[in-house]
Design a protein around this ligand. Structure first.
Ligand SMILES: Nc1nc2c(ncn2[C@@H]2O[C@H](COP(=O)(O)OP(=O)(O)OP(=O)(O)O)[C@@H](O)[C@H]2O)c(=O)[nH]1
Ligand SMILES: [Mg+2]
Length: 350
């Protein structure tokens, strides 16, 4: 519509569009189910919001979303900063689209919180993918969100699946606590390594190696090829010492160059092979069930703690006891006993 037409339109000039908060739940639900990317982003923003009202609306949308019955695969991509995760995802994502998939990429990056530098970097590293109509990329620098980073990522996965994305890729640097939480929300974990990293297998946290299902030695190109082959041998030997939870699965170690787009189809084949083995023997479904149960346990415990400690009288008693311990006017055991008595008294009276 041109400006002139606009001026002559019959729309009441004092009419204003409803603000984001005022949009009804159905606006989001319809948008998500029809695969509207803008509404998908809007919904995730609600969930990431620090404002309780917005977050509540996000949770309401989530709870009203129809259950997604389409099969989906949730892939975790882990690796130290700079190993090439984003570059790999760009190549892998485009390959997935070629195979008829609709990938959604969620990047959790604790470091980007400070400068947002990585987010800008990711946009340029995933240039073709981010402008592709079949892909959805969501970089999240979401420290201090109300639900917690891992909680929001889990919810975001669900929302992306409802919006029709069948492969959800979660990129994480795999340092600190967040990576173990990500392992609890993905089906398959791909660990990215660099040539030469095999000389220092000890340096990689055992937990990270044990949680990996597919090992990728990225940057296997140019002068690095020989080193990459040696690294592959080291890892293949090291992996043979680990027992994998999925019966019958031996983690493959694959040589990849994300820049030259070499070895990408092997990663795809390995992913699908893993999915098949896991699906056929029920591991896949069982793992998702276990994840849900663990998640419920964890979140509900957190909820209980928040609610109980949020009660004024309990909180006061708690803080007083903490102070007493600090000033050594009470033994910790005694403080615990006092707190237990106080709790029982309050709970029983209610
Ligand atoms: N030679 C070579 N370089 C690569 C390859 N993949 C990535 N790189 C380079 O490695 C650097 C880091 O790549 P990223 O994809 O940003 O790495 P990242 O793991 O996502 O990094 P963070 O998100 O910061 O943790 C960039 O300069 C890439 O160009 C590869 O296959 N071969
Ligand atoms: Mg990255």
């Amino acid at each position: 519509m041109s400006n002139i037409e606009n001026k002559n339109s019959h729309v009441n000039p004092s009419f204003s569009l409803p603000t984001k908060e005022q949009k009804p739940v159905d606006y989001y639900l319809n948008g998500l189910v029809s695969g509207d990317r803008y509404i998908l982003s809007e919904t995730i923003t609600l969930l990431e919001s620090r404002l309780p009202k917005k977050r509540e609306l996000g949770v309401e949308i989530l709870s009203k979303l129809p259950v997604n019955h389409q099969p989906t695969i949730r892939i975790g991509i882990t690796g130290t900063p700079g190993v090439g995760k984003s570059t790999f995802i760009e190549a892998f994502g485009l390959f997935l689209i070629d195979k008829g998939h609709k990938p959604a990429i969620l990047a959790i990056d604790p470091s980007s919180q400070k400068t947002k530098g990585s987010i800008l970097g990711d946009k340029t590293r995933m240039e073709s993918l981010s402008s592709h109509p079949e892909a959805y990329i969501r970089p999240s620098a979401t420290n201090n969100v109300l639900g917690g980073t891992a909680a929001v990522t889990k919810e975001t996965i669900q929302i992306c699946e409802s919006a029709g994305y069948d492969i959800i890729i979660v990129e994480t640097v795999g340092v600190g606590q967040s990576e173990t939480e990500v392992d609890n929300i993905t089906d398959i974990n791909i660990l990215l390594l660099q040539p030469g990293a095999g000389d220092d297998i000890q340096g990689i946290k055992r937990g990270i190696m044990e949680n990996a299902d597919i090992f990728v030695i990225n940057k296997s190109d140019g002068a690095m090829i020989e080193l990459a082959r040696n690294t592959k041998t080291s890892y293949t030997n090291a992996i043979s010492l680990f027992h994998h939870d999925l019966e019958g699965w031996t983690c493959p170690v694959l040589l990849v160059s994300s820049i030259a787009q070499l070895g990408i189809s092997e990663v795809y084949d390995a992913t699908m092979a893993y999915h098949k083995v896991a699906n056929d023997n029920g591991f896949f479904t069982k793992q998702r069930e276990t994840q849900e149960i663990k998640w419920f346990e964890k979140q509900s415990k957190k909820m209980v703690i928040d609610m109980v400690l949020g009660q004024k009288d309990i909180q006061e008693s708690y803080i007083k006891l903490l102070n007493d311990i600090k000033h050594q006017t009470i033994q910790t055991t005694e403080a615990l006993r006092t707190f237990q008595e106080k709790l029982s008294l309050i709970i029983n009276s209610k």
